[in-house]
Design a protein around this ligand. Structure first.
Ligand SMILES: [Zn+2]
Length: 222
């Protein structure tokens, strides 16, 4: 359904400090909130949204999020340790204050399937790189809808099993990228074997000592 890319370029272009939509509250991300821009105009790609979110309209709302993804690239607008205003669940809402916000572009001159594949790639990357986000599904990746019942991301919500397929693809990519963790480094295996030999030797020595104590006891009582 999606061909998950090996790599996607990420450009950083942060919202200016002290802008109304860069509140600067420190954040330890617990999860990721997925959005769709609802802007189908040609050219409304990730770079265009990087411009928009630095401008007066986004500041006045105030609205902000961490990443915008299109079919070719990703733009980051906020550091991962600061919150944005994207979840619509209030000043202290857990969506706003503890999740990374990702906007998926809907520009009609873009490829939505590739945008979604790039978003799956980014979501997995963040789950693996941010220590405070657990690498499990569900419970870590949310629809904007989860926080305030807005119909967002409308693209995934608008088709049968859209969200279920999307989160299943994230889980599959997580499994694929962490599968290497099951194979044990040969040097580590050798150390484990040496430890096993030491433990076996200690067990033999202990058995011998216990027998000696037992015999000594018998000798005393006999
Ligand atoms: Zn949204």
């Amino acid at each position: 359904m999606w061909q998950i890319p090996k790599d996607v370029p990420i450009f950083q272009d942060f919202i200016p400090k002290f802008s109304r939509n860069r509140p600067g509250h420190s954040m330890q991300p617990k999860g990721i909130t997925e959005h769709a821009t609802a802007n189908t105009q040609a050219g409304a790609n990730a770079k265009a949204h990087a411009r928009y979110v630095k401008g007066p309209d986004a500041a006045a709302r105030p609205a902000s999020w961490h990443f915008t993804v299109d079919d070719r690239e990703i733009w980051q607008h906020l550091p991962l340790v600061e919150n944005g205003w994207h979840a619509g669940d209030g000043y202290n809402g857990p969506g706003n204050r503890s999740t990374i916000g990702i906007e998926m572009c809907m520009n009609r001159d873009g490829n939505l399937n590739r945008t979604e594949a790039n978003t799956i790639w980014l979501t997995v990357k963040l789950m693996l790189e941010i220590p405070t986000i657990e690498t499990v599904i569900p419970g870590t990746v949310w629809q904007h809808w989860h926080w305030n019942k807005k119909n967002c991301p409308m693209t995934l919500r608008g088709r049968a099993n859209g969200w279920a397929d999307f989160t299943a693809a994230i889980a599959a990519e997580l499994r694929r990228q962490t599968a290497g963790g099951d194979t044990i480094d040969p040097n580590l295996m050798e150390r484990i074997k040496r430890l096993e030999r030491t433990v076996n030797q200690l067990r033999t020595d202990l058995d011998g000592a216990l027998k000696a104590i037992n015999n000594a006891g018998k000798a005393l009582t006999g």
